[in-house]
Design a protein around this ligand. Structure first.
Ligand code: ASP
Ligand code: MG
Length: 418
C-alpha cells in the first residue's frame, strides 16, 4: 500500500495532468495506491477571493469570479476527455450548483464557515477531472469524496481531525477490488456534513493521515523541484539536493521557516515509521529526497532566509530586570494575538523579539505590551538561519551586513540584519 500526493502545480495545465497519467501508467509494482490531489494551480486563492466578495455582500461579483473558475475547469475537462466528458460534466455541474446556491444567499454565519464551504470545491473539481481522465487512459481508479472519510471538528479553516472516526471510515475502503483510490487533500467534514478545511497547504497533511491509517509502506509527495534542497534555489543558485533527511531535521527546518513540507505532515508518518519520498513530477528519474526515522549525519549547511522581519526592543520601564512576571504577561499577549516570535533574546533590562512584519499584529502587540515595557520597533530586516553552520559560511552570508541580533546553538545560528 502506497500513498501519492500531487500538489496544485502538478495539475495546473492539461499537459501536467497528462504527465501525471504517465507517472501512474509507469508505476510497475502492483501495490494498491491512494492518490491525494490538490486544487489546480492557484484555484484556492481564486476561491478565497470568491468567499471574501460573497461575504462582503456582493453576490453579483462573487458569481462573476466563480464563473471564471468554472470555465477554467470546464475547458480543462474538455481538452482532456472524450468518452468520459459527459459524465464528468454532470459531476462538475453538481459542484457548481452547490456553490451558486450558496452565493445567492445572504451570509448569516461567520466568514470562516463560508470560506470552507466555498474553498473546498477546488479540490473536488480537480480530482473529479483527473479521476475521469485516468479512467479514460486505462488507469482505473475510484474517486472518493474525502468529506465522507476525513471527519473533523467545526473549527472552520483550521479544523482538527477526529482520528477515531476517520480511522473507521478508512478501514471500510476495499483495496482488494479497487486498486487505486483518488481523493482530495486539505478538506474534510463535520458530523453534520459541513465542509471544513485543514489550513492552507493542508493536503500534505491529508496524505500523511491516509498513510498512517492505511499503514502505508511509503508516502510520496510529488513536487516541481528535484527534492528537498539545502536552500531555496530561487534565492541561491548553487542550492544542492539533500538525498536523505530525518523527520526531526525536517521539523526543525519547518520551524525556522523553510517551506519544504507542511510540518503537520511529519508526526503521523514518524509515529509509524513510514518513509516520506519527495520526488519531482517533471522528471521521475531524479532520485529525490527520502525522509525517515534514521538520523542523518554530515548534512550540508541548511539555509533559510526570511525577509520582512521586524525587531521589537522592549525595555523595562523602571530599569528593573526582566523577570518571570512580565515574560508570563508577554507570552499571554502572544497567545491571544496568535503571534509566533521567530527569535527571542533576553538581556538584563531588555528583551528583543524578532517576528514577521505584519503591521496590524505588531501594532496590537505594541499596544498590549506598552503597559509593561517601553517599546521600539525596527522594520525591513532579514532573518537568516543556518543549520549545521560553520564559521566560513556564516562569515560569507553576513559580510557587510549590519547585524542587530545573533543567536547560536551548536547546531543552529540565527542572524537578524538590516
Ligand atoms: N489547495 C490548498 C492550498 O492551496 C491545499 C494544498 O494544496 O495543500 O492551500
Ligand atoms: Mg500546494
Amino acid at each position: 500500500m502506497q500513498v501519492y500526493k500531487f500538489g496544485g502545480a502538478s495539475v495546473n495545465s492539461v499537459e501536467r495532468i497528462q504527465n501525471l497519467g504517465k507517472i501512474l501508467q509507469n508505476k510497475t509494482d502492483n501495490e494498491p495506491l491512494m492518490v491525494i490531489i490538490s486544487a489546480m494551480g492557484k484555484t484556492t486563492n481564486a476561491l478565497e477571493k470568491v468567499a471574501e466578495v460573497f461575504f462582503s455582500g456582493d453576490t453579483d461579483n462573487a458569481l462573476r469570479l466563480f464563473e471564471v473558475i468554472k470555465q477554467q475547469h470546464l475547458t480543462t475537462a474538455k481538452f482532456l476527455l472524450v468518452t468520459h466528458y459527459n459524465a464528468c460534466y454532470t459531476l462538475l455541474n453538481d459542484f457548481f450548483t452547490e456553490i451558486e446556491w450558496l452565493l445567492h444567499d445572504k451570509p448569516v454565519r461567520e466568514f470562516d464557515y463560508y470560506y470552507d464551504q466555498i474553498v473546498c470545491i477546488g479540490e473536488l473539481l480537480s480530482t473529479a477531472i483527473v479521476s475521469f481522465y485516468f479512467n479514460e487512459i486505462g488507469v482505473a481508479n475510484t474517486w472518493l469524496d474525502v468529506r465522507d472519510i476525513v471527519r473533523t471538528d467545526n473549527n472552520f479553516r483550521d479544523a482538527i481531525i477526529d482520528w477515531a472516526k476517520t480511522k473507521t471510515a478508512v478501514s471500510s475502503l476495499n483495496f482488494a477490488t479497487d486498486n487505486i483510490f483518488l481523493t482530495q487533500g486539505f478538506i474534510g467534514a463535520t458530523d453534520d456534513n459541513e465542509s471544513t478545511t485543514l489550513g492552507r497547504e493542508g493536503s500534505d497533511f491529508t496524505a500523511a493521515i491516509f498513510a498512517n491509517l492505511l499503514n502505508a509502506s511509503s508516502l510520496t509527495i510529488w513536487k516541481d523541484v528535484a527534492g528537498v534542497m539545502n536552500v531555496d534555489p530561487k534565492q541561491f543558485p548553487d542550492a544542492e539536493l539533500i538525498p536523505e533527511l530525518s523527520f526531526e531535521e525536517v521539523i526543525e527546518m519547518a520551524y525556522y521557516g523553510a517551506q519544504v513540507i507542511h510540518p503537520k505532515t511529519i508526526k503521523p508518518l514518524q509515529n509509524k515509521g513510514i518513509p516520506l519520498h519527495v520526488k519531482c513530477f517533471l522528471d521521475i528519474n531524479l532520485p529525490g529526497t527520502t525522509i525517515g526515522q534514521k538520523l542523518v549525519k554530515h548534512l550540508p549547511p541548511i539555509i533559510v532566509v526570511k525577509n520582512q522581519q521586524a525587531l521589537l526592543t522592549l525595555h523595562s520601564q523602571d530599569f528593573s530586570f526582566v523577570g518571570e512576571q512580565p515574560m508570563i504577561e508577554l507570552y499571554k499577549i502572544f497567545s491571544q494575538l496568535k503571534i509566533k516570535a521567530n527569535v527571542i533574546q533576553t538581556e538584563a533590562i531588555s528583551l528583543q523579539i524578532c517576528l514577521d512584519d505584519r503591521k496590524e499584529k505588531i501594532e496590537q502587540l505594541a499596544l498590549a505590551a506598552s503597559t509593561l515595557f517601553d517599546i521600539q520597533v525596527t522594520k525591513n530586516l532579514t532573518l537568516l538561519t543556518i543549520r549545521h553552520y560553520n564559521e566560513a559560511i556564516l562569515e560569507q552570508l553576513t559580510a557587510g551586513k549590519q547585524i542587530l541580533l545573533l543567536q547560536k546553538t551548536p547546531e543552529t545560528v540565527q542572524v537578524l540584519y538590516g
